[in-house]
Design a protein. Structure first.
Length: 309
């Protein structure tokens, strides 16, 4: 697989996009990986991290092991993800607090277009594919309606477990790793650790994520290799069901008091813009949704044009 420096820069940009998506509770970095054309290569590369790699390193040297790992690809991608986490966490957090409708509208358009993109990859529909689509759509929808935990435990074992669970969602299109962190009550401690450069917490979270990533990527790789159409149908359903979480207009059902003594939304439901209390910002919301939709079309073209020879 021959790649030039510009190809790796593009991969890093895709990593930045994945990281930005994963910071938002409701959008999956796995969706961005899929629509940008690197999803299966990502799964294949991660699943190559195994004991056999040490044997290759010992017998054939670092260069052979690095090639077997597809190390250049992973390095470029994860540099982008880490840069995104460290640089965009504060910006995304600020946008969620100050311009939630506009931010959610952009991601709603992005995810809506992703459904069309992923569904187009399914070569043949049958009754099993349709059932999987319905089941995963319902499952993802139910997950989006679950109330988050109040606990904001920052103990190291909990942070490790949260990282392992969340990463499975992060690489699964349609299921947001950040939203899983919200449900677990771990979103705020992790986001604070990233924004405040709390290295011990970040390291423990990353170790948990690596553990979950190495395990779950093998499962997904096997599913793609043996049941690709069924897997794509299931992933399409997950993405459809996740739309409820990123619907821009919400009504707050219950509040809670955070650690600063501030009253913040705890549980919300999706409503029509006409029922929204306040300015629904319809014009800007529609424009941003269309921009998000257009971003997917652009990523699709980039994915086709950047396929290595």
């Amino acid at each position: 697989m021959s790649r030039k420096i510009k190809d790796y820069l593009l991969i890093s940009l895709k990593g930045i996009a994945m990281g930005a998506a994963d910071v938002v509770p409701g959008v999956s970095g796995g969706t961005v990986a899929f629509i940008s054309g690197i999803y299966e290569e990502l799964l294949h590369s991660i699943s190559n991290i195994k004991l056999g790699l040490l044997k290759t390193l010992k017998k054939e040297g670092f260069k052979s092991a690095w090639t077997e790992l597809n190390g250049n690809f992973l390095l470029a991608l994860f540099i982008g993800i880490i840069v995104s986490f460290l640089s965009l966490a504060k910006v995304i957090s600020w946008l969620l607090e100050t311009h939630p409708i506009l931010l959610w509208s952009f991601f709603f358009g992005l995810v809506l277009a992703s459904i069309i993109y992923v569904a187009k990859q399914i070569e043949k529909w049958n009754i099993i594919s349709i059932l999987l689509l319905i089941i995963t759509t319902a499952t993802a929808y139910i997950i989006t309606t679950l109330p988050p935990l109040v606990s904001e435990d920052s103990s190291m074992p909990f942070i490790f477990l949260a990282g392992a669970i969340a990463i499975c969602a992060m690489i699964l299109p349609g299921i947001s790793g950040s939203f899983i962190l919200v449900l677990l009550g771990a979103y705020k401690p992790v986001l604070n650790a990233l924004t405040n450069k709390d290295i011990p917490v970040v390291v423990v979270f990353m170790l948990g994520a690596i553990t979950g990533l190495l395990s779950f990527s093998r499962v997904l790789k096997w599913l793609f290799a043996n049941y690709k159409n069924f897997t794509l149908a299931a992933l399409t359903g997950f993405i459809i069901g996740s739309l409820n979480k990123i619907w821009p207009w919400k009504r707050v059902l219950t509040f809670r008091t955070n650690s600063h003594g501030e009253k913040v939304p705890f549980n919300e439901e999706s409503i029509l813009p006409t029922s929204y209390e306040g300015n629904p910002q319809m014009l800007y919301a529609v424009v941003l949704a269309l921009i998000g939709f257009g971003v997917i079309l652009l990523l699709e073209k980039l994915a086709v044009s950047s396929k290595p020879s």
